[in-house]
Design a protein around this ligand. Structure first.
Ligand code: GLY
Length: 410
């Protein structure tokens, strides 16, 4: 049995895809779907979210976005959700919407000043060189697409292939799909990884030890496994010394009877990126701060002020909307902003963490890489880049697919 530590969107996706592939899996998490995935806006925007200094991340994002439509449709079916339960958003191209609110209406990046426009032009040229379809729009063309945009918007870049999804619907669909497949989800906190203490597998990870339940409920003392996949986001650092750090994001959910926007709108205001993601049900998600404050998940007046101030510059009408929710989450950031996916260097332990700003976007690709698909992209995510390269037998991890080439990646 393979044990997935972490029940966020990445861990649940890995568990679901492995189970579909016929593997015996178990998930362990004290509160599945409650961490960064719960806070996330769900932008699937590799083109507009990534700067031209991050081409490897862009490649990963584009590859994962390509997987999202079938991932969403299969997930909706496996979870027992009727596909297309939500109508396309008003004014949208009528792009498909599945039971997890997947929408592919594009992202509009907008610019105010001459400097912003120059940066957009540079980005458009870079995207063009990579063969990514983007359209450079005038301010008037931007407002024709999104009439609620501020009159001061001078131009924009439309990435028509970008999409978004409701991460809360996705994680609840993943939990439903796992339940329908009979995959156990153990609600408990992992206190440490269990290691073999003697014999040829000395030091190998062979399971996890669990902390006693806070409310005194029954929790096994440990779970033994053939392999462990660590998908615990920022908590991966304390469990296995993985180089991830918390990057706090505060985010607001606003609500209106009539949707203010029909597609995702982004911009850089006062030097900070801000985005507005419309949902099919009239919700507008405004995010997100980026703060390096350790494990601090307080929602602060200053954080909310900045979000609203910047969002109002893009779309003045946001101040009329009702505040439905404010929340903070911790992104697992890595030193190079690329995720850590693959054999950890310790036998029996595989990593699926460090997704930073892209956990929702990269979940389908992560599950595929762990099953040996797309070895070139897997090489970009190899945890071996952060530790000395052992010999050919040095990498452990799960024998997902002997053809994956992951042993050579270091
Ligand atoms: N991907 C958006 C964020 O991390 O805020």
């Amino acid at each position: 049995m393979e044990l997935i530590v972490g029940g966020g969107i990445v861990g649940l996706s890995v568990a679901w895809r492995l189970s579909r592939a016929g593997r015996a899996v178990t998930v362990v998490d004290p509160a599945p779907a409650s961490g960064a995935s719960h806070a996330a806006a769900g932008m699937l925007a590799p083109v507009s979210e990534v700067s031209y200094t991050e081409e490897p991340l862009l490649r990963l994002g584009v590859a994962s976005l390509r997987r999202w439509p079938s991932f969403a449709a299969e997930l909706a079916a496996d979870a027992g959700l009727p596909p297309g339960v939500l109508a396309p958003s008003p004014g949208s191209s009528g792009a498909p919407s599945y039971g997890v609110d997947f929408r592919a209406d594009g992202t509009l990046d907008v610019a105010f000043g001459a400097d912003d426009l120059a940066a957009l032009d540079e980005l458009a040229a870079f995207m063009g060189k990579l063969g990514l379809p983007v359209e450079r729009l005038t301010g008037r063309e931007c407002r024709r697409l999104e009439p609620m945009l501020a009159p001061s918007v001078r131009g924009g870049l439309l990435a028509p292939g970008d999409a978004w999804v409701d991460p809360r619907r996705v994680t609840s669909a993943l939990l439903a799909a796992l339940e329908r497949r009979g995959v156990p989800v153990v609600r408990a906190r992992v206190s440490r990884l269990l290691r073999a203490s003697e014999g040829p597998g000395d030091g190998a990870v062979v399971g996890v030890e669990l902390a006693a339940a806070a409310g005194g409920g029954a929790v096994p003392a440990e779970i033994q496994a053939d392999g462990v996949v660590l998908a615990a986001g920022v908590w991966s650092a304390e469990l296995a010394g993985v180089p991830v750090r918390p990057v706090k994001g505060q985010i607001m959910r606003l609500r209106s009877a009539e949707p203010l926007l029909s597609r995702c709108v982004r911009g850089v205001v006062h030097g900070a990126p801000v985005y507005l993601v419309p949902r099919g049900d009239g919700e507008l998600v405004v995010g997100a701060t980026q703060e390096e404050l350790g494990f601090d998940t307080r929602v602060t007046a200053g954080g909310l002020y900045e979000l609203l101030r910047d969002a109002r510059e893009l779309v003045p009408g946001v101040t009329e909307l009702e505040v439905a929710e404010v929340v903070a989450g911790l992104r697992p950031g890595t030193p190079d902003n690329l995720p850590l996916i693959g054999p950890s260097g310790t036998p029996g332990l595989t990593l699926a963490t460090g997704h930073h700003r892209g956990g929702v976007l990269l979940a389908p690709l992560t599950a595929a890489l762990l099953q040996g698909e797309e070895p070139e992209l897997a090489a970009l995510c190899s945890p071996a880049r952060h530790h000395p390269v052992p010999g050919p037998q040095g990498f452990g991890g799960l024998p997902y697919d002997k053809t994956s080439g992951s042993e050579e990646m270091g």
